[in-house]
Design a protein around this ligand. Structure first.
Ligand SMILES: *Cc1c(COP(=O)(O)O)cnc(C)c1O
Length: 338
């Protein structure tokens, strides 16, 4: 394997940091997807984490590495990373200021405030929130924890890869929701170190998928952000990306894009077939298979169900088959199974 900025040793150190709090989430079979794929299809339930998303793994690992005598920590976030940072900062008695754009759903903003952190809404895109983070670091001495482009964060997310291969050494394919790529980079590094033949496939929504656009171009590029059912997958990867871009380029076997309609249907399916409430961002792997965009998948396969922090008013609309309006688009609803 090519040289990466971190190794499985870093992921194993992260395992010790998160032990007992953010590790060993359930890995359960999806009966429906197993039937559909003709072989074991497993769901890694990161929606069961204390903050409702896997981001707690990376945030705990990054914050454990900091000195105690700093003014505080800050980050920009589509919501779940901010919640992870708020959780980890509270544990260590550090002040946290989470900067978010107005696209972040209210449920996520409230979750952050409930952990005692300050939620600061700045501008209408993640890039604008990032400017406030820069200012806090420069003028007030805060430490910035990137949601994906940080060695400790990537190592923390990578602990999922170790857990998967330890539970199922026979695993052939891992489907990972892809945004800034910290999750995919960490999982791919850990899983492929343990089993080089395992395939890791990233999946994003088809509008505003910054990692996909950057991989196509060959270097990090900016994309327009759109409201999406997969709101946790929005935002850029940073033009000065240091780690996650190169790791995703070198380690991912494929990147697939799915439409809002496909995400809508997969959310219904996960709810009705597996009885799981999960964000649109989690079901992109299932959507890629059900839409035929991935038509043969080597099993056993696992999909990472990354989080559950969604707006319940919108979710009840989706499971009852109603139309959902997001920003400039309306997704035409349909009852499940029709
Ligand atoms: C952050 C997040 C992702 C994507 O993770 P990246 O490391 O940015 O690629 C996927 N799903 C959920 C629920 C998230 O919060």
């Amino acid at each position: 394997m090519t040289k990466h900025p971190l190794t499985i040793d870093d992921v194993q150190s992260a395992q010790k940091i998160i032990k007992g709090i953010a590790d060993q989430t359930p890995l359960i079979p999806s009966v429906f997807m197993t039937q559909h794929c003709g072989g074991d299809f497993l769901l890694k339930l990161e929606n069961m984490q204390p903050i409702g998303a896997f981001k707690i793994r990376g945030a705990m690992n990054a914050i454990a590495a900091l000195d105690q005598d700093i003014p505080g920590v800050t980050c920009y976030s589509t919501g779940n990373h901010g919640r992870g940072v708020a959780f980890a900062a509270k544990q260590r008695g550090l002040k946290a200021v989470i900067c978010m754009s107005s696209l972040v759903p209210q449920a996520k903003v409230e979750g952050i405030r409930a952990l005692g952190a300050e939620a600061r809404i700045v501008g209408a895109s993640q890039d604008q929130a990032a400017l406030e983070v820069e200012r806090l670091c420069k003028e007030e001495g805060f430490i910035d924890i990137s949601p994906f482009d940080d060695r400790h964060v990537i190592a923390g997310q990578g602990t999922i890869g170790i857990e998967l291969l330890e539970a199922r050494p026979d695993l052939e394919t891992i489907l990972v929701p892809l945004s800034g790529g910290g999750l995919a980079a960490g999982i791919a590094l850990a899983a492929k170190t343990l089993k080089p033949s395992v395939k890791v496939i990233g999946v994003s929504m088809n509008r505003g998928a910054s990692m996909h656009a950057s991989l196509e171009t060959g270097h990090p590029v900016e994309v327009t952000e759109y409201a999406s059912l997969a709101d946790s997958l929005g935002g850029g990867i940073g033009l000065d990306n240091q780690y996650s871009f190169a790791m995703c380029r070198d380690l991912l076997d494929d990147v697939i894009l799915v439409t809002e309609e496909e995400i809508y249907q997969a959310m219904q399916q996960l709810y009705y077939e597996d009885r799981i409430i999960a964000e649109g961002s989690c079901v992109v792997g299932i959507a890629a298979i059900m839409s035929g965009k991935i038509n043969t998948i080597k099993t056993p396969a696992a999909a990472i169900i990354t989080g559950r922090n969604l707006d319940m008013t919108m979710f009840t609309k989706i499971v009852s088959g109603q139309d959902v309006t997001l920003g400039d688009t309306t997704i035409k609803g349909q009852p499940y199974g029709l």
